[in-house]
Design a protein around this ligand. Structure first.
Ligand code: SAM
Ligand code: SF4
Length: 352
């Protein structure tokens, strides 16, 4: 496929000719197979806390959201969820949460140390915007990776959707750069169809993935939550805006496929948000169009329902064991295998 620049990425995102799209899907699948293989890596997702001090305009966990039954898991519960992930054969866990000061430096360092002492799992953290001191302490405790979606590099849209905290301006790209210097594998990503996202903005953001040579890239559709300014009764009818990217399955799949072409060796999950839009085959379609990772939930079911980023989240009531069985069947049906080991970022000699 010809060199992907801003104009070409934008044109592919807007493409609606089925024959052309078949070529995009085939190319993304071929690059995925050649560069990261047929294994699908499973990461156990532990949703450790639904408290959050931030007010991101899109997210149902935002601090001002009312009516949520918020929770914070104990250290022992986090360790037990990680043990469950290991028992199920997963190679890594992701400890994710709102930006919760209750998950403080010592608490998370201890949780990481306990998991590392007890299991061979790789540990990924996804705890929002945190200080360098915290990030360095968690790296020293054994954390391997950190996930923080920058959502958009467009300064105007970024500041609109990520209000600053007093004395703590929001700058996710800056944190990603600092974490890379600390030795973390870094993951990031964007939502597709967030209000205010134009085709040009999304194309530029996919190109940023390549520019920053990110290790993991999560791309899911924006799903409106009624607890947010973007999903409540006063939400603007943004889909009618000229140039607004739709938050649909097809556009999300195009973004996943283009991301694979731009970043051939990155780990790319088939996201829960996509499975939420299309319960029947969202997960499979992403895996057939560039993705090579799935993040099954290992959070205790009683907490999972309360981690309500958006309504109707897929797989909230299945046990971790049931999820494991279901995913293995789906992965095998695609002619692929469940990955073994931690499934870190591959780096070959070949430079794109
Ligand atoms: N607090 C951490 C952070 O912000 O990185 C981790 C938790 S946050 C809920 C994880 C991700 O959920 C965000 O990066 C965002 O992309 C996604 N998310 C939030 N609200 C969403 C929505 N309404 N639709 C789809 N995805 C959403
Ligand atoms: Fe909090 Fe993360 Fe949601 Fe922002 S995206 S409100 S930091 S949980």
């Amino acid at each position: 496929m010809a060199d992907l620049d801003q104009g070409r990425v934008k044109a592919w995102l807007m493409e609606d000719d089925p024959a052309a799209l078949e070529r995009l899907w085939a190319e993304a699948d071929a690059v995925r197979r050649a560069r990261v293989g047929d294994e699908v890596h499973l990461r156990g997702l532990i949703e450790a806390s639904s408290f959050c001090v931030r007010a991101c305009h899109y997210c149902g966990l935002r601090a001002p959201a009312r009516g949520l039954d918020r929770y914070r898991m104990t250290g022992e519960e986090i360790l037990e969820a990680a043990r469950e992930a290991h028992r199920l054969g997963y190679g890594s866990v992701v400890i994710q949460a709102g930006e919760d000061p209750g998950l403080d430096q010592a608490f998370i360092a201890e949780a990481v140390r306990a998991i590392k002492a007890d299991t061979p799992l790789a540990v990924t953290l996804s705890l929002g915007e945190r200080s360098d001191e915290e990030l360095a302490a968690w790296k020293a405790a054994g954390a391997d990776r950190y996930l923080l979606r920058f959502e958009t590099g467009d300064p105007e849209l970024y500041h609109l959707i990520h209000p600053d905290l007093p004395g703590r301006p929001s700058d996710r790209l800056a944190q990603l750069r600092r974490m890379r210097d600390m030795g973390y594998e870094i993951g990031t990503g964007v939502m597709v169809g967030i209000p205010g996202q134009t085709w040009d903005i999304l194309a530029a953001d996919l190109l940023r993935f390549r520019e920053f040579d990110m290790d993991m890239l999560g791309i899911g559709p924006f799903l409106p939550s009624p607890r947010t300014p973007m999903g409540g009764p006063d939400a603007p009818s943004y889909l009618a805006l000229r140039d607004q990217v739709p938050n649909d399955e097809l556009t999300t799949l195009k973004a996943v496929a283009l991301t694979r072409l731009l970043c051939p060796e990155a780990n790319i999950p088939s996201t829960t948000a996509l499975a939420t839009l299309d319960h029947a085959q969202g997960r499979e379609l992403a895996l057939m169009r560039g993705a090579n990772v799935v993040m099954p939930n290992v959070t205790p079911v009683g907490y999972r329902i309360r981690y309500e980023i958006y309504p109707g989240k897929a797989c909230v009531s299945e046990t971790a064991e049931a999820c494991r069985g279901c995913l293995e069947t789906r992965i095998r049906a695609l002619g692929r295998q469940v990955g073994r080991g931690p499934g870190g970022r591959l780096r070959t000699e070949c430079k794109d």
